[in-house]
Structures are given as structure tokens and as C-alpha cells.
Write a protein that binds this ligand. Structure first.
Ligand code: MCA
Ligand code: AMP
Length: 504
């Protein structure tokens, strides 16, 4: 396989990374990452304390140059989840920013501070050329148990980024703006490795803000914006009273949303205010990118290739991606008809290699003939466009674009002394898509733990984005004759109550 980052070899003075006031050219990045790579082991794995900084980008590029798989860690990770990931991935060392305070769980781990201004003259040579070699291990939640580490090969990363480049006419002249976290595929693979593979620039906002987008996109120089639907929702809310934001979105070449479905209402509000259509793309940690609406260099993003804008659609499978819909009984839907719902199953060079240390889960994720079961339910329009209509598992919640397993939150809640029983569901939320609702039977009904206490408990154990946004107290959880919790009944109860609130 050719190099992952050809532009690093050329090491020009074109900008590669911009994080706030800090800019690194390709020459600077080649130097910093090349110097760091020379200090890394060639075997095992390295953890990256993935703050939204240039240090994280340099650390991951260095690991890729050295050919040692990087394990990005959420810098807000809680103790239980960190313990699990460290035990599962057993990194040889951790790469962090000089000022970062690491949790005590990492005290015994060798630490290398990333120097983005490294003066050394190391060549940024990629030590590994095997396309099947692991590039990243990204942890992702499932319906039960702790998160699993998806092993992503260099082949998968390159294939997926190149397919996006074709679909979006993405070139070295693009300047990508975003404020996504750097410990998931969206922000790290698409948002950092994507521009670097093209030889273009990424401008990271440090964290998402409406003001940041308005400043960097358009007149600020940014040509593309990546975000999750929650971010576009917040932009849509701000548009009526932010003329600078209207100008910025209108001037951008491409606005892309992914990680969850962008509600049609937000699509429409953005189009009404700016004349632009947000391009939706669909992907998954295990599969990287699967589908997208496309554009051509001549066609602005306001006119997707095909038959015009289609809010609610994630477009066509990307280059190299084979996609089929499969019914409950395992039969493959023959012709796209725009109405029959099936599970999306996929094959292609963009797929992950395995779940780390989990041959059982890896085997279960594929059909006997090698198709990956996404668990997403969809219909295909007669012209092949894919419309996602839901998910197979009710125990997976997408909140703010993060995938969160109900089981991991329930287990965390049960570790709280004030909780006797717990069930977790997702409730529709205009901002987050879904919000996490905890149904709790308190150990002492006279003195239940407060919602804040439970949110703090889950944040400390898992991560802040996994905390319940709402806690409901019950005397008992509804169960069937087998003792199984009736989540559907809880969800319906929440919906009924919300409908009453909305009406009132
Ligand atoms: C509040 N906070 C707390 C607590 N309560 N911290 C600790 N304990 C508590 N009890 C703090 C938080 O740390 C944070 O601090 C602030 O309050 C708000 O936190 P949060 O709830 O996370 O913020 P939000 O406003 O709800 O965030 C919305 C968001 C975020 C910015 C859209 O959800 C986000 O970044 N989403 C991106 C998800 C993503 O990248 N998904 C990709 C995976 P502070 O204010 O200091 O921040 S999917 C993927 O990769 C696939 C391949 C795909 O298709 O893309
Ligand atoms: P994750 O495992 O965190 O990478 O999340 C992947 C999941 O996010 C997919 O299986 C889908 O359920 C969801 N997803 C990603 N992009 C979209 C999209 N454009 N529309 C609807 N769902 C999406």
C-alpha cells in the first residue's frame, strides 16, 4: 500500500493543522511526528490522551508513522471505563500533552509528552507498509457489557478516506472546520486524518461553538464543516439572529452531518436561512464510512449529485462498499422498492479487522458469508438511495452523536449504593437526538439519590456524555413473566408523559 500521508513526505510550508492560535505546516508536522515516531516502540500499542489539541493529532500521526496502533482515550473518561480499556488494550505507553494531568489509573504507564515544536530533523517515513496492519483501536459501545475495541487497519482508513474524497471532490485545497472530539472515528479519522491524507488543512475549534463556526468557515477560510446533528441543530437555532453565521454557512463548499440522523426540520431550517443543503453521510466505527450524498467540484453542496436534495436520505454506498438489506428471516431483499425495511449489511475494504480480544463478538458481528451486520434498519429507494429508519437494538442510544449502550449505564447505576434496580432508555430530544433516561428503584424510597448525584456517579465511572439527563423513580420496574424488564413499556410511558407535557 502506498503511504497513508503522502503530503508528509513532501513536508511543504502549507498549513496542516490549526488548533486555535497554534498552526503546524506539513514541514512542522513531519518534523514533530517523525521525531516522536522515532521514540515509539515498534510492537504493542500506544494510548493517546486524546484532548482536542494539536498534540493529539501529532501523537496519532507519529503512531501511524511508527506502525504502532494508537488507542485514543477520551480525556474525560471515568475510572471504570478507563480501567477496562487499559486492561483490554494493554498499551506500552501513553502519549499526552505536557500539561495534561492523567488519572491515577495511568500512574504506572510510561508517559511521553508530545512536543509539537520538536526541533529534530527526523524524516517522516512510514515504517509499516502492510495495509492489513492495525492503525487504530477505537472503543465503541454495544448493547451489553463494556465497550469493545474495534481494530481498524491502514487499509480500512485509506479506503474510507479515499472513497469520501471521490464522493465529495475533497482536495488539498479544502480547509476543514470542526469541533468534534478526537477519540472517535468522526473527529479523528475523518476530521484529522482525512485532511492530512489529502494534503489539506484542518482547523479545530477546540470544542464546538456556534461562534467558532461563524468565524472559521467561509470568510475565515474554511471550505468544509463536519458535525454531528446536535451541532447542526444548534447552528439552526442560532441562524435567525446570527448574520455572520448565515454568511459563513452560505459561503462554505460543503456542510456534512453524520453519526446520527439529522432531523428534517433542522435540514429545512438551514436550507431556508442559507440556501444550502447539509450533506448526510452514514458510517460506523466498525465499518468507517458507508454511504453519502455526493457532490462534484462544479456542483456546490446545495445540489447533491442525483435527483436533488433529499433530507432524510444518507445517499448511495461509497466506492468499494457493497450494501444489502436483509429481512428478519435472513432473506436478502431483492430489489430496492422504497418501502420494505431490512437490516443493513455491508462488505468492503473499509471494514474493521476484529474486536480486540473478542473473537466471540467478532464472529457474531458477521454473517457466515462475511457480511457485517450493522444493526441499522433501512429502506432503499428504487434508485438505490438509502434511508435509515431505525435500529435493531433498543438498548443502543445515540445521544449527541455518541453511541451509548444502555447496559453499561445500568451496571454503573447499580454500583451506586442508593440504587436497587435500574433500567436505561433513550427518549427523543430535539437537541441531542436521544437523551438518556434512567429509571431507578431506590434502595431507600424515603431517601432516593438525587438525579445530580446519579449523573455525577455515572460521569465519574464512565464518561460525562454517558450520564443520565433525566432520572425517573419507580417502586418497581415493569417485568414480564420471565423477569425481563419491559423497556418498551418504560419508553412508551416516557413518550406519553412527554406528549402530555408538550400539550400542557
Ligand atoms: C455536565 N458536565 C459534567 C456533568 N454534567 N461533567 C461531569 N459530570 C457531570 N455530572 C459537563 C461536561 O463535561 C461538559 O463540560 C458539559 O457539562 C456539557 O457536556 P456534554 O453533555 O457532553 O455536552 P453537550 O452540550 O451535551 O455536548 C453536545 C456535543 C457533544 C458537543 C454535540 O455531544 C459532542 O461532542 N458530540 C460528538 C459525538 C461524536 O463525535 N460522535 C462520533 C461517534 P464542558 O462544557 O467543559 O465541555 S460516531 C462515529 O464516529 C461514527 C463513525 C460516525 O458515523 O460518525
Ligand atoms: P458508532 O458506533 O458510534 O460509530 O455509531 C454508528 C452508528 O451511528 C450507526 O450504526 C448508525 O446507527 C448511526 N449513524 C451514523 N451516521 C448516521 C446517519 N447519517 N444517519 C443515521 N444514523 C447514523
Amino acid at each position: 500500500m502506498s503511504a497513508l500521508f503522502p503530503a508528509l513526505r513532501a513536508a511543504t510550508d502549507r498549513p496542516a493543522l490549526r488548533f486555535g492560535a497554534q498552526t503546524l505546516t506539513y514541514e512542522g508536522l513531519a518534523r514533530a511526528a517523525g521525531t516522536l515516531a522515532s521514540r515509539l516502540p515498534r510492537t504493542g500499542r500506544v494510548a493517546v490522551w486524546a484532548t482536542p489539541t494539536a498534540e493529539t493529532a501529532v501523537a496519532v500521526v507519529a503512531a501511524l508513522l511508527a506502525g504502532v496502533p494508537a488507542v485514543p482515550l477520551n480525556p474525560r473518561i471515568g475510572s471504570g471505563e478507563l480501567h477496562h480499556i487499559l486492561g483490554d488494550s494493554r498499551p506500552a505507553l501513553v502519549l499526552a500533552g505536557a500539561g495534561d494531568e492523567l488519572p491515577r489509573e495511568m500512574a504506572d504507564l510510561t508517559r511521553i509528552d508530545v512536543d509539537v515544536r520538536a526541533p529534530g530533523g527526523r524524516q517522516a517515513q512510514e515504517a509499516v507498509t502492510d495495509p492489513e496492519a492495525a492503525a487504530l483501536i477505537v472503543y465503541t459501545s454495544g448493547t451489553t457489557g463494556p465497550p469493545k475495541g474495534a481494530v481498524l487497519s491502514r487499509r480500512a482508513v485509506a479506503a474510507s478516506l479515499d472513497a469520501l474524497a471521490t464522493a465529495w471532490a475533497w482536495t488539498r485545497d479544502d480547509v476543514l472546520v470542526h469541533g468534534l472530539p478526537l477519540f472517535h472515528v468522526h473527529g479523528l479519522v475523518l476530521g484529522v486524518l482525512g485532511p492530512l491524507r489529502r494534503g489539506g488543512e484542518v482547523r479545530h475549534l477546540g470544542g464546538f461553538s456556534v461562534e467558532g463556526v461563524a468565524k472559521e468557515l467561509g470568510e475565515g477560510g474554511g471550505t468544509m464543516l463536519f458535525g454531528v446533528p446536535t451541532m447542526y441543530h444548534r447552528l439552526a437555532e442560532a441562524l435567525p439572529h446570527e448574520p455572520a453565521l448565515v454568511r459563513a454557512l452560505t459561503a462554505a463548499r460543503l456542510l456534512v452531518s453524520g453519526s446520527a440522523a439529522l432531523p428534517v426540520h433542522d435540514h429545512e431550517r438551514i436550507t431556508a436561512a442559507t440556501g444550502r443543503t447539509v450533506i448526510e453521510r452514514y458510517g460506523m466505527t466498525e465499518t468507517l464510512m458507508l454511504c453519502s450524498l455526493g457532490v462534484t467540484p462544479q456542483t456546490p453542496a446545495s445540489v447533491p449529485v442525483g435527483s436533488g436534495p433529499r433530507p432524510g436520505s444518507v445517499g448511495l454506498p461509497l466506492d468499494g462498499v457493497e450494501l444489502r438489506l436483509v429481512e428478519e428471516d435472513g432473506s436478502v431483499l431483492p430489489e430496492p422498492d422504497g418501502e420494505t425495511v431490512g437490516e443493513i449489511q455491508v462488505r468492503g475494504p473499509n471494514l474493521f479487522t476484529a474486536y480486540l480480544n473478542r473473537p466471540d463478538a467478532t464472529a457474531a458481528a458477521f454473517t457466515p458469508d462475511g457480511w457485517f451486520r450493522t444493526g441499522d434498519m433501512a429502506v432503499r429507494e428504487p434508485d438505490g438511495y438509502v434511508r435509515i429508519v431505525g435500529r435493531k437494538a433498543t438498548d443502543l442510544i445515540k445521544s449527541g452523536g455518541y453511541k451509548i449502550g444502555a447496559g453499561e449505564i445500568e451496571n454503573a447505576l447499580l454500583e451506586h449504593p442508593g440504587v436497587r434496580e435500574a433500567a436505561v432508555t433513550g427518549a427523543p430530544d430535539a437537541d441531542l437526538g436521544e437523551r438518556i433516561v434512567a429509571w431507578v428503584v431506590p434502595a431507600d424510597p424515603a431517601d432516593p439519590p438525587s438525579a445530580e448525584a446519579l449523573a455525577g456517579h455515572v460521569s465519574a465511572l464512565l464518561a460525562p456524555h454517558k450520564r443520565p439527563r433525566e432520572v425517573r423513580y419507580l417502586e418497581a420496574l415493569p417485568r414480564n413473566d420471565m423477569g425481563k424488564i419491559l423497556k418498551k413499556a418504560l419508553g412508551e410511558q416516557a413518550l406519553r408523559e412527554q406528549a402530555l407535557r408538550d400539550r400542557g
